[in-house]
Design a protein around this ligand. Structure first.
Ligand code: EPU
Length: 336
C-alpha cells in the first residue's frame, strides 16, 4: 500500500516532524519489487532503515520506503564458526543479542548501536575497537533499476571508516536485502578499548564472556549516550577528523594531552568530541536543540526542534572548530 503525506516523526531517532510525499513498507523482497514496479517514477526514492543516522531538515518530496525485512537464518556452520544471514530490516542490537546469547563472538563490542542490520554495511558501523567489516561475509542487494538481486563480497563493498561503496559510487542504486556475518564459536575477547576494561573491572565478574563484553558496552553507552526514546539524537553527529602531523603538533602546543590515534599512512585521527568540548560547546543549548552534556559528539533535540535548527547548530560548531583548531569537521549523519 502506498500512502501520501505521512509524518516521519516516528521513523527518525531525532524525532523531527516532517512529511514524506509518499510512503510504503516492505517486509520481503517481493513486496519491495511490487512497490518499485508500481511507483510513480518521477518521485525519487528514499530507503529508510532504523532512521538513526539521518537529520530531516524539510518535508521530503520522496517516496519513502520503510524496510521491515525480518529473519535470522544459519547458512553455514562448522565446529568453529557459524555464518548467519540476517534480514536487513532486523534491528541491529536485537541481532547482536541473538549472537551473544548463543555465545558466538564477533559483534559483541557493537552492542546497542541504534539502527538496522541493513544500515550496518552502509557505513561500516563500529564501536569500542570493532568494525563490521571484520565479521562481514557478503550481502544481497536489489538493483533498483533492473530489479535484479546482486551479491557483494567484502572487497566489493569497499569498506572504510564509516564508509562503503553504497555511500559513494553506488549511492541510491541498491536496496540491501540481507547481510551475512561470520561469528566464532571460540570467541576472542577484545577489551583493548580502555573503557571496556575498566567497566568490566567495576562489574567484578570472574569469567569474561561475550555477554560480559556486551553488557559492559551497554553500560558505557547508556552512561554517555542519550537514549533516542527519551532525547532525540542520531549518535555521533560528526566523524572523527583525520589530520596531518603538523596540524596535530600545532594543537599540541596548547593542549599537550590532545587525544590522537596514529593512522597507517602517518596521519592522525583526532576525537571530534574532545575538540568540541575544548571549544566550549559541551552541554550548550540553543533553542530546542543542543550539544549533549555527557558526549560532545552528539547533538540532541530537547523536543520540538526543527532539523534546520540542528543543522545550523552543527554549522556553527564546524565554523568554530575550524577557527580555533584549523580542523574541518565532517558530518557523519546524513542530511536530507
Ligand atoms: N572526548 C572528550 N569529550 C567528549 C567526548 C569525547 O574529551 O565530549 C574524548 C574522550 O575523552 C576520548 C576521546 O574523546 O579521549 C574519544 O571519545 P570516545 O571514546 O567517547 O569515542 P568517540 O571518538 O567520541 C567513537 C565513535 C562512536 C563510538 C565510540 C566508541 C565516531 C564518529 N564515533 O566516538 O560511535 O561509540 O567511538 O567506540 O567514530 C556513532 O558512530 O554514532 C557512535 C556513537
Amino acid at each position: 500500500m502506498i500512502e501520501h503525506n505521512i509524518s516521519l516523526k516516528p521513523y527518525n531517532t531525532f524525532g523531527i516532524d516532517v512529511n514524506a510525499k509518499s510512503f510504503g513498507r516492505f517486509g520481503s523482497l517481493d513486496e519491495l519489487k511490487d512497490l518499485l514496479r508500481n511507483r510513480d517514477k518521477e518521485t525519487p526514492l528514499f530507503i529508510l532503515g532504523g532512521g538513526s543516522n539521518i537529520l530531516l531538515t524539510k518535508d521530503l518530496p520522496f517516496f519513502v520506503l520503510k524496510n521491515e525485512i525480518s529473519g535470522i537464518e544459519i547458512i553455514n556452520e562448522t565446529e568453529t564458526h557459524v555464518v548467519v544471514k540476517v534480514g536487513s530490516g532486523v534491528e541491529w542490537h536485537a541481532f547482536v543479542r541473538y549472537t551473544v546469547e548463543k555465545g558466538w563472538g564477533g559483534i559483541e563490542n557493537m552492542s546497542l548501536i541504534p539502527g538496522s542490520v541493513g544500515a550496518s554495511p552502509m557505513q561500516n558501523i563500529g564501536a569500542y575497537g570493532a568494525e563490521i567489516k571484520d565479521t562481514f561475509v557478503s550481502l544481497e542487494a536489489l538493483h533498483i533499476d533492473s530489479l535484479e538481486v546482486h551479491t557483494f563480497n567484502r572487497e566489493q563493498c569497499q569498506f572504510g571508516y564509516r564508509e562503503s561503496v553504497f555511500k559513494r559510487a553506488l549511492k541510491d542504486q541498491y536496496v540491501i536485502i540481507s547481510v551475512s556475518y561470520q561469528l566464532s564459536k571460540n570467541p576472542v575477547i577484545n577489551t583493548t578499548y580502555g573503557a571496556i576494561q575498566s567497566e568490566i573491572e567495576v562489574m567484578g565478574v570472574s569469567e569474561i564472556t561475550v555477554d560480559t563484553v556486551s553488557q559492559a558496552v551497554m553500560n558505557i553507552r547508556r552512561s554517555k549516550l542519550p537514549d533516542p526514546k527519551v532525547l532525540g539524537n542520531a549518535g555521533s553527529f560528526f566523524k572523527n577528523p583525520v589530520v596531518s602531523r603538523e596540524v596535530l603538533e600545532q594543537i599540541a602546543v596548547n593542549y599537550p594531552d590532545v587525544p590522537h590515534y596514529p593512522q597507517e599512512n602517518g596521519e592522525e585521527k583526532l576525537a571530534a568530541g574532545w575538540l568540541i568540548e575544548k571549544a566550549g560547546w559541551k552541554g550548550k543549548r540553543t533553542g530546542n536543540c543542543g550539544v549533549h552534556e555527557k558526549q560532545a559528539l552528539v547533538l540532541v533535540n530537547y523536543g520540538g526542534s526543527t532539523g534546520r535548527e540542528i543543522f545550523d547548530l552543527s554549522t556553527s560548531i564546524i565554523e568554530d572548530i575550524r577557527a580555533k583548531f584549523g580542523v574541518t569537521l565532517e558530518r557523519e549523519v546524513n542530511i536530507l
